[in-house]
Design a binder for this molecule. Structure first.
Ligand code: K1U
Ligand code: ZN
Length: 173
């Protein structure tokens, strides 16, 4: 397994749209395993392929207790097949927007269809933090960052701060 570099905004690679995976083969399974390792080390509760510069539609999420056995979920080609009418605000972070946390409005519960690491079709119902995290990671696959859900004024402040820190060489990727 390998630890991957996580791309930090502003970066045009984070605005790209990922392409569907045609089959979950050994190379996709390696990407999933590397992403899980990278997410756990960061630490984070989710990661999307786009954030590590890979354009295959893959996300990993893990909202389990870090002090107990971990329980990552790997998803290729995730698609939302149902979202609740109930909408909630939840504070979101992003490994590509380090040290910024913002309240974002999203459906409270979802049903997602995906292909797992064994190449099997699966459906999962989620609510709370898991639902928030899956939606956040799926946004990444379409080139959308959580700052795209807030005002352009607030977005500009966050992106300019990060651009300055990157220019000073305090963040590498
Ligand atoms: O997509 C990412 O960059 C990962 C992001 C996922 C996420 C967090 C919160 C709400 C929605 C999506 C993160 O994991 S940021 C780090 C974080 O929130 C965290 C880190 C360690 C323990 C608990 C949370
Ligand atoms: Zn993110």
């Amino acid at each position: 397994m390998a630890i991957l570099d996580i791309i930090v905004a502003p970066d045009p690679r984070l605005k790209l749209k990922a392409e569907p995976v045609s089959a979950v083969d050994a190379s996709v399974r390696k990407l999933m395993a590397d992403m899980v390792e990278t997410m756990h080390l960061a630490p984070g509760i989710g990661l999307a392929s786009i954030q590590v510069g890979d354009l295959r539609r893959v996300i990993v999420v893990d909202v389990s207790d870090p002090n107990k056995d971990r329980d990552p979920i790997c998803m290729a080609n995730p698609e939302l097949i149902w979202t609740s009418d109930e909408i909630n605000f939840h504070e979101e972070g992003c490994l590509s927007l380090p040290e910024h946390y913002v309240e974002i409005k999203r459906p409270d519960a979802i049903k997602v269809r995906y292909i797992n690491e064994a190449g099997e079709k699966r459906e999962l119902e989620a609510d709370g933090l898991l639902a928030v995290c899956i939606q956040h990671e799926m946004d990444h696959l379409n080139g959308v960052l959580f700052v795209d859900h807030i005002s352009s004024l607030k977005r500009g402040i966050i992106l300019r701060k990060l651009a300055k820190i990157k220019k000073q060489g305090l963040i590498k990727t």
